[in-house]
Design a protein. Structure first.
Length: 246
């Protein structure tokens, strides 16, 4: 008697879980957070081949791929996904056109401890992008970022560029004019250059961003002289511990 009662409980529990997963079609390696209209996914190790209807936010950790390319995002329907967070794992390259089928993104975070290469045009189709977060890519230099931003389709929607903790293990260097020339095209409002080990910053180059830049964050950056910053019309400049609302 007790046994079959237990079985019924077990069965109905199983059916509930089963029905929920059928209704929302939550991919295998993911957890789905669902409210009335939208679905947020957190996945591990793999990029899902299918997405539940109305998926808006996707976060993937510990990706077990060597590189990312367009075909990784070619199967699921990404049309409503506006925020994509990719963190950790073994990815060492991001190829051109990777986000071709995810081009409605407004927020993109890529943070891979092994990343060494971002191809020119990796972000090419992301014309709606507002926030690009490349923080925590310890092996990527500013030159690589400048190259990756050399794209035609990018419009000036990009408000925020987070380059926190870039090139942590490279020898200290100068942050060059070419880097700021690339950025100048985007009218960036918030720029985070914290915890990177460049020693020299070309202040004239930085002034290329002067007309749009509102917030510059350089926590833990050891520069020889900071005086010239006080002549920049920035609303918020931060050299110590501080946070900006994003
Ligand atoms: C999905 O994520 C957004 C922010 O990224 C949050 O505002 C929203 O409440 C989340 N929705 C669900 C169903 O978890
Ligand atoms: C995208 O959103 C629209 C409007 O909410 C909806 O009709 C459509 O089915 C969604 N598509 C996907 C793939 O989620
Ligand atoms: C992704 O984009 C390619 C090229 O435009 C297209 O052929 C393919 O159908 C798209 N995939 C999806 C799932 O929309
Ligand atoms: C972007 O969203 C629009 C609807 O807002 C949709 O028609 C279009 O197919 C989406 N683009 C992609 C590449 O999914």
């Amino acid at each position: 008697m007790l046994e079959s009662y237990g079985e019924i409980i077990f069965l109905s529990h199983f059916m509930l879980v089963y029905m929920a997963s059928v209704n929302y079609d939550c991919p295998m390696a993911c957890e789905c957070d669902i409210d009335d209209e939208t679905v947020n996914l957190s996945c591990r190790r793999t990029i899902p081949d299918t997405l539940p209807l109305n998926t808006r936010v996707v976060s993937i950790t510990d990706i077990e791929y060597e590189y990312l390319q367009q075909s990784d995002f070619n199967n699921a329907r990404w049309e409503n996904v506006t925020k994509l967070y990719l963190r950790g794992g073994s990815v060492n390259s991001v190829f051109s056109d990777t986000f071709w089928n995810v081009s409605n993104l407004t927020h993109l975070q890529i943070s891979f401890p092994n990343l060494k290469k971002i191809s020119v045009n990796a972000f090419g189709q992301l014309t709606k992008l507002k926030t690009l977060d490349l923080s925590g890519n310890f092996l990527i230099s500013f030159d690589v970022v400048a190259d990756a931003l050399r794209v035609n389709e990018f419009t000036n929607n990009l408000d925020e560029l987070n380059l926190h903790s870039l090139a942590m293990f490279l020898t200290p260097s100068e942050l060059k004019e070419t880097f700021f020339l690339q950025l100048q095209r985007f009218s960036i409002k918030r720029l985070d250059l914290s915890q990177s080990n460049f020693k020299k910053l070309d202040l004239i180059a930085l002034s290329y961003l002067g007309s749009s830049l509102e917030e510059l964050r350089m926590v833990g950056v050891d520069l020889a002289s900071l005086m010239s910053f006080f002549y920049m019309p920035l609303r918020h400049t931060c050299f110590q511990i501080c946070s900006f609302s994003t």
